[in-house]
Design a protein around this ligand. Structure first.
Ligand code: G
Ligand code: G
Ligand code: MN
Ligand code: NA
Length: 257
């Protein structure tokens, strides 16, 4: 497999020209200020060009390369946070997507905490995103892992919420800080069908459970206005910005300050 070969080489060589992160701003709906970024992995090689993360993350998960790749990604995100802190943005959070295979590793928390320590950032600068599908198998083990990470002040966001199988009962006992509403629901806001009503209910339910709420895939002002009206905390999407380079992210933060 060509992707596997290129992935392995880029990881071994710590090649950030082939494997790097883009950052998509997360914005406080009320103030329009950037409060964080989601880190999104990118791969580009001479022979293959751009490869979508769906594709290379899938290859990495099938070949166990996801563990060293995940660590490489966590290191790059933490170094970006270090840059942010050095430039005076010490309260910005950076969210990193974590695969279930990474989380299930016995030494995952230790690895994360080591990277935090080595880069000299605060654990509270880092947020880990897990998808609902990760909870399907090994629910109890995963929930204990999340509890452990949170005891170290690392925040946890549940990604793509609403598309998986989390029951309300499960949300009650799940060790998370933030709910990210899947863009499927945000898309429906402009369509004005029953999903629009549900989105408001998801927000108020999440707040009753003490969770922060991020809306994903916000593309048009109509969606933003709906979310503001329903007390959603944070938005992420093309309306504000697509994922951008770390240099552009720093610059955007300076202008947004
Ligand atoms: O950036 P884009 O929308 O194309 O990302 C596509 C998918 O790849 C998303 O579901 C996203 O969560 C996933 N993804 C992006 N970066 C990472 C990463 O660093 N780790 C993992 N596990 N998934 C990622
Ligand atoms: O699954 P996850 O939420 O991690 O994936 C995030 C993906 O969503 C990224 O690939 C990112 O490029 C994409 N994305 C971010 N904002 C928007 C948006 O406003 N509209 C659409 N269609 N995709 C978006
Ligand atoms: Mn995500
Ligand atoms: Na998502």
């Amino acid at each position: 497999d060509l992707i596997e070969k290129e992935l392995r080489a880029a990881i071994t060589e710590n090649d950030t020209s082939k494997l790097y992160l883009e950052y998509q701003p997360q914005v406080d709906l009320k103030t329009n200020k950037i409060i964080g970024f989601e880190a999104l992995a990118r791969m580009r090689t001479e022979s293959l060009g751009f490869i979508s993360p769906m594709e290379f993350i899938d290859v990495a998960e099938r070949t166990q390369l996801i563990v060293p790749l995940g660590n490489f990604i966590l290191k790059q995100a933490s170094e970006f946070i270090r840059d942010l802190i050095d430039k005076g943005h010490k309260d910005i959070k950076v969210a990193v997507n974590i695969s279930g295979i990474q989380l299930l590793r016995y030494d995952f928390t230790d690895t994360v905490m080591e990277i935090v320590k080595d880069t000299g950032i605060e654990p509270s600068n880092l947020e880990l995103e897990i998808t609902e599908s990760v909870l399907l198998d090994n629910y109890n083990i995963i929930n204990e892992k999340l509890k452990d990470l949170r005891s170290h002040k690392i925040e946890i966001a549940l990604d793509d919420f609403g598309t998986g199988y989390s029951s309300f009962a499960r949300l009650l006992e799940l060790n998370i800080d933030t709910l990210k509403i899947d863009r499927y629901f945000i898309n429906k806001i402009s369509v004005k069908d029953s999903s629009e009503i549900i989105t408001g209910d998801i927000i108020s339910m999440a707040h009753k459970l003490g969770l922060k709420v991020v809306a994903e895939g916000v593309e048009v002002p109509e969606q933003k206005n709906y979310l503001l009206g329903h007390q959603c905390d944070t938005m992420q999407g093309y309306l504000f910005s697509k994922p951008i380079s770390k240099e552009s992210a720093l610059q955007m933060l300076t202008c947004n300050g």
